[in-house]
Design a protein around this ligand. Structure first.
Ligand code: PMP
Length: 446
């Protein structure tokens, strides 16, 4: 079957032909159906091969079908993988996380990132006895009703306008969430001065991969840490996407600022469904049966992802893992940027650690992005054209706008990426941009 036929077939039974709305590729208006994957490559149902630059929304840090993960999965299968039983493996994985991630005295395992950020916020509310949660524009925390505001609003819906990112959230929830622009200390100080005593938690992507790979300005996280501490507010780093991209200590170790709690996910079990809420012992001791904060689920900490998680941690704590992986990433970013410049193509990669954003149009010239106010000015039409042309040239990019290579991308893969990206750029330079793409004024992820 061809992609179009498969899409028509799947659409009869799956809304939009997909199991997750974001899997629709915005430049094709349907997903690319994949038949198999190995290492750096994915193969679609028509047999076309792509070098993957998307890696499963970032979950594939170790590469597709990584042999260490495969053998861990097989071990769990051979033990009969019962649901909802404790084994020693869960404690061992928690210990490994605790040894590397600064705030993680204790860990509770969950499934998806959405569920995890939802729990983190509820914990904070219960522990502090306060109800308001502060988040930042352009920071994504999954489709959790507490936090789904100002994810990627169109210019009219941007801060100070308060914009739900999804419908169906009760209006009553809105009074308990506040949104601010990231990296704006003046606004932060002003808000905490007024409302600090009512705020349960500040949650953020300390490195904002979801809106252009925006780093915190020097001193910003430190001051945020100070202010939250002074006001009795719990600071939560949502590291679902950013964890393990810069080193085994995650982003909190990279910037040297330790939150009260953090969320981990995506890569944690080599791409299987496993997330975690981590925190200081004093906070985690509120969780039942120690305290009265509930966190329970039939599918918490299943053996297959837990064993895969152990293999993941063993792999990324090998002495040379990050030296090798991060130097490959740097080679990829520098090489692509050189191609863009040499061909005078208005784009650049903004990469930190293992994940990056391709920026287009005005942002190609702008050295530093401060917050979503900058990211929204990306040339979205050009972005979608680029991704679509990349697909045609055997590079898998996706309209979720964050990309990266895996630890299984080899030097030869990167050489091939350069060749194919150069072909994409040359082809786009020759043709004026496709006219059958709607002009977009914001990322419109979903
Ligand atoms: N938080 C962040 C920072 C994310 O990037 C994501 C997913 N992209 C989530 C939460 C939600 O995770 P999940 O898709 O596993 O629900």
């Amino acid at each position: 079957m061809h992609q179009k036929e498969w899409y028509q077939y799947a659409s009869q039974y799956l809304p939009g032909g997909v199991c997750s709305s974001a899997r629709v590729h915005r430049s094709l208006n349907q997903p690319v159906y994949i038949a198999s994957a190995e290492g750096s490559r994915i193969f679609d149902i028509e047999g076309k091969e792509y070098i993957d630059l998307f890696m499963s929304f970032g979950a594939g840090l170790l590469g597709h079908g990584n042999p260490n993960i495969k053998s861990a999965i097989n071990k769990a299968i051979n033990l009969g993988f019962p649901s909802a039983y404790e084994n020693i493996f869960q404690g061992q994985l928690a210990q490994k996380i605790s040894e590397t991630v600064p705030c993680a005295d204790m860990v509770r395992f969950t499934l998806s990132g959405t569920e995890t950020t939802w729990y983190a916020v509820r914990f904070a509310r219960q522990i502090t006895g306060r109800s308001i949660v502060l988040k930042f524009e352009g920071h994504f925390h999954g489709f959790n009703d507490y936090l789904a505001y100002n994810y990627w609003p169109s210019p009219e819906g941007m801060w100070p306008v308060f914009t739900p990112a999804i419908n169906g959230i009760p209006d009553a929830f809105q009074k308990d969430t506040k949104v601010l622009p990231f990296n704006d200390l003046e606004r932060l100080e002003e808000t905490l001065e007024k409302h600090g005593h009512e705020i349960a938690a500040v949650i953020l992507e300390p490195l904002n991969y979801n809106s252009g790979t925006i780093e915190p300005l020097p001193g910003y996280l430190e001051r945020l840490r100070e202010l939250t501490h002074q006001n009795g507010i719990l600071l939560i780093f949502d590291e679902i996407l950013a964890n393990f991209r810069t080193g085994p200590g995650c982003i909190q170790a990279y910037y040297g600022v330790t939150p009260d709690m953090c969320t981990l996910g995506k890569v944690l079990a080599g791409g299987l469904a496993l997330s975690a809420i981590c925190g200081r012992r004093e906070i985690m001791s509120h969780i039942a049966p120690l305290g009265d904060v509930q966190q329970s689920g039939t599918y918490n900490a299943l053996w297959i992802p837990i064993m895969a998680g152990l293999a993941f941690m063993d792999t990324v704590t090998q002495p040379n893992f990050y030296n090798e992986y991060l130097s490959q990433c740097k080679r990829f970013y520098d090489g692509v940027n050189e191609i863009m410049q040499r061909n005078q193509f208005p784009s650049r990669i903004q990469g930190v650690g293992g994940r990056c954003s391709f920026l287009f149009g005005p942002l190609a010239e702008q050295e530093r992005l401060i917050n979503y106010n900058d990211f929204v000015r990306n040339d979205w039409t050009m972005a979608l054209n680029f991704y679509r042309t990349a697909l045609e040239h055997g590079i898998y990019m996706h309209s979720a706008h964050h990309h990266g290579i895996s630890a299984m991308h080899t030097n030869e893969d990167i050489d091939q990426i350069f060749e194919r990206i150069e072909d994409v750029v040359i082809s786009l330079n020759k043709n004026t941009l496709s006219s059958n793409l709607l002009r977009k004024s914001s990322p419109e992820f979903f």
